[in-house]
Design a protein around this ligand. Structure first.
Ligand SMILES: NC(=O)C1=CN([C@@H]2O[C@H](COP(=O)(O)OP(=O)(O)OC[C@H]3O[C@@H](n4cnc5c(N)ncnc54)[C@H](OP(=O)(O)O)[C@@H]3O)[C@@H](O)[C@H]2O)C=CC1
Ligand SMILES: O=C(O)C1=N[C@H](C(=O)O)C[C@H](O)C1
Length: 255
């Protein structure tokens, strides 16, 4: 069965990659691609349509799934529209607050919704090993550094937040310290969190665990956005036929 994909944020950094990745996937096709201000552009031969007609495109083109890389507010609006038309929703958007997540979870009561802050398979592996490293090194200082391009809006990154959740679930930590300035000695139990923004860096995440005279560094470096897009398209192919509910990229990888 061909998976019919709708793409949002289609002229963004990720939207363009998603269109290319759908094209590369044997079982998927783009049935529409929208952006806020489409200005008659095409991406890989796909005409970009206005986000204003998203609801009617859902009804007319009958996508199996929508892949979304936009912003938190728009992701929620797109998910709500998908929930009303029985279309599965895959989002890689980050920067959601609790209200956004609640709205996405509401949509997941009607349709399958998959949210992953990072669709790189290597990051899933990093998430799997970071907790084990923390458990094996009690009392070691933990610092997290994430580095992204200078146009990224949210900080820390969605991936960093997910890594922090894993770290905290596996050790005794008291607080997250976002950057340091002035006289600020390190407190035991804090996790230092550092967001670097520079140039066109695709995305790096490093967890540093340090004791006396030794350190462990767990690093993931994405060299091309194509790895995120390929993961998102795999997720869209996987989600076709799943029942309503809340899913993660780990569910896709597990199969
Ligand atoms: N999960 C993952 O693996 C990854 C997640 N991301 C996340 O994906 C998101 C997008 O990243 P990126 O592609 O770099 O960002 P870009 O700014 O390049 O693209 C975002 C796109 O979404 C559109 N958009 C933004 N807000 C709205 C809105 N309110 N309504 C409709 N369209 C909107 C923008 O349109 P316009 O041109 O009009 O501004 C643009 O086309 C971010 O949250 C980022 O963190 C990024 C990479 C990987
Ligand atoms: O905005 C980006 O570029 C990225 N965002 C994601 C995040 O916030 O974790 C994933 C990736 O690192 C690229």
């Amino acid at each position: 069965m061909t998976v019919r994909v709708g793409v949002t944020g289609a002229t963004g950094r990720m939207g363009r990659e998603v269109i290319a990745a759908v094209d590369d996937h044997a079982d998927c096709e783009v049935v529409f691609a929208v952006n806020r201000e489409p200005n008659g552009e095409t991406v890989d031969g796909v005409e970009i349509e206005s986000a204003d007609v998203f609801d009617s495109l859902l009804a007319e083109r009958e996508p199996t799934a929508v892949i979304d890389f936009t912003g938190p507010e728009s992701a929620v609006e797109y998910a709500t529209a998908c929930a009303e038309t029985d279309v599965a929703f895959v989002t890689g958007t980050t920067g959601f607050d609790d209200a956004h997540l609640e709205a996405l979870e509401e949509a997941s009561e009607e349709v399958a919704v998959l949210h992953a802050p990072n669709f790189a398979r290597g990051v899933q592996a990093l998430l799997n090993v970071v907790g084990e490293a923390v458990r094996n090194l009690p009392g070691y200082d933990v610092e997290l550094v994430e580095t992204h391009h200078n146009s990224k809006r949210d900080a820390p990154s969605g991936t960093a937040n997910r890594l922090l959740t894993e770290i905290e679930a596996n050790g005794e930590f008291t607080e997250r310290t976002h950057g340091r300035e002035g006289e600020q000695p390190r407190e035991a139990g804090e996790i230092g969190v550092h967001a670097l923004r520079a140039g066109d860096i695709t995305g790096e995440h490093e967890v540093l665990l340090a004791g006396n005279h030794e350190e462990v560094r767990l690093t993931h470096r994405a060299e091309d956005r194509g790895v995120f897009a390929a993961g998102a398209v795999d997720a869209a192919a996987w989600i076709a036929g799943q029942k309503a509910g809340w899913y993660d990229f780990a569910d896709v990888i597990a199969e």
